[in-house]
Design a protein around this ligand. Sequence first.
Ligand code: PEP
Ligand code: MG
Length: 591
Amino acid sequence: MSDTNTNEMVLNGIGASPGICIGKAYLVDKEGVDVVEKYFIDKKNLKKEVKRFKSAVKSAKDEVQAIIKDTHEELHQHVYILETHRVLLKDKMLYGKTIETIEKEQINAEWALKKVVSNLKSMFQNITDPYLRERASDITHVSDRIMRNLVGANTVNISEIRKRVILVAHDLSPAETSQIQLEKIMGFVTNRGGKASHTGIIARTLELPAVLGLKHATGMIKNDDLIIVDGNTGTVIINPTEQTLVQSVERSIKYEEYRAAVVRGSHLSAETTDGFRLHVMGNIELPEEVVSVIDHGGDGIGLYRTEFQYLSRPDFPEEDELFDKYRDVVEVMAPKPVTIRTLDINGDKAIAPSLECVETNPALGLRAIRYCLQNPDVFKTQLRAILRAAAFGNVRLLIPMISSCDEIFETKRILNEAADSLDKEGIVFNRDIEVGIMIEVPSAVIMADRMAQNVDFFSIGTNDLIQYSLAIDRGNNEVAHLFNPLHPAIIRSIKHVADVASNKGIKVFMCGEMANDPINMPILLGIGIDELSMNPQSIPAVKSIIRSIKLEDARLFIKDVLKKSSSAEIVQMVQDTYGDILPAKLYYELH
Ligand code: PEP
Ligand code: MG
């Protein structure tokens, strides 16, 4: 095919939501707000300047309120993010500090706000957990809104989009995404954000392709440019040649066929050809995601990350507030299990009323169970809420970041106290729940035999297990290429944990990202994992490939895998032995 178009450009980012779309770009450009001048304010005019700031905050608050009211029904679940923004607008770290800076330094409100936000953002940037780091974007969205009101800049009105387009933005705030008329949007492209960003979560909920974290997309893409967004590979192609266009249309059709095929079978159980049933569960962060787990054929919730309710707010959630959310999930899923993981916070200030101390290495800091054991009141409140929710269905309790048996004993002591206090108060609850631990720290792998005597199940968290075993910061792009679940050391660790669990008669689950890639299934089946948990969208494909594997073969296969010394050899083995399994073959072609 002859082709004269030489303007084609390929950008690489993070595939945050799968699928391929081809269409015209619609730029949501917010340039201009960032250009802020500094000037000094006379002492006598300081009060007026503070008032100007307060009135910009008030307008911002009114805007958020109006958006909450008009939010499209399908996105109503995300209103809580906007509620968070409403609270953040008056947060003392942002609101109070800006006023203080105006008064103390006698400078204009814009400059004071910019300074305060930049300090706050650099505190958040040190957080390694990608999910929490993403929450820093809430501060950006809120301060952008105040800034626009201060400088009188126009906001882009997404609700006025007339044709079907692909949204291209620096970053989409939850407020903006809530305004979207869904039927007009084909996909998302942003400079910022990753899988755990609001845009990522929303794109997956809506099942629209999204490529995020492209850094300079808004500088490279112009309004009405023809673009191809491939959420499977994380690429965006600008002004494609005719040949690329034809290939992409073919890929898109293939992908849709593939999706249709796997989704058709999503409600079948994940049973190997020789009759072994593996449970395939969903990971959720928000109670509303339960629907997606059910729709994609999940056998329950294998990991309910509970951090979200603690973030971006000046106080801690009350027991009743937690209980209501947990009960919703538990009741909807009953009698299927819901594995509620206790607070896995990063030694991080986002949950506490004060943002005072910054850890230099939060991944190795006061995180998860360490934080909870040092803050028994916060922990007990959550445990009481979980025990209460357990009266309404099938709840399992999961403890993150366990690195010693002592932490298990201490957790159980506090759990007993929580149960006793509920008992005394005559509140309905269920004490009889399974208690398990995340295996995600190397010391837990080594001590697995002792730990198994004190818990009902293990759940392997490969995201952190890889980070801590291979010494690879899971949020650092520079070493992302080394972050490999098929590293022989990881496979051996998992095998050891599964063998211990089997000897001790407890179940072993996996809820890290390793569980959602079909390529890993022969290995995980061979190792003897009892249950996998993953983002809901991955469930159908995983179930589908499990149905085409024979457990007996996988058990023999793993013996050979364990003899290998590099991940490249292991990947090759999987491809040579299982590469032609459909629809997995198609899956490989599409990735
Ligand atoms: C993990 O570490 O693999 C895990 C599932 O937990 P998180 O990603 O929440 O740290
Ligand atoms: Mg983890």
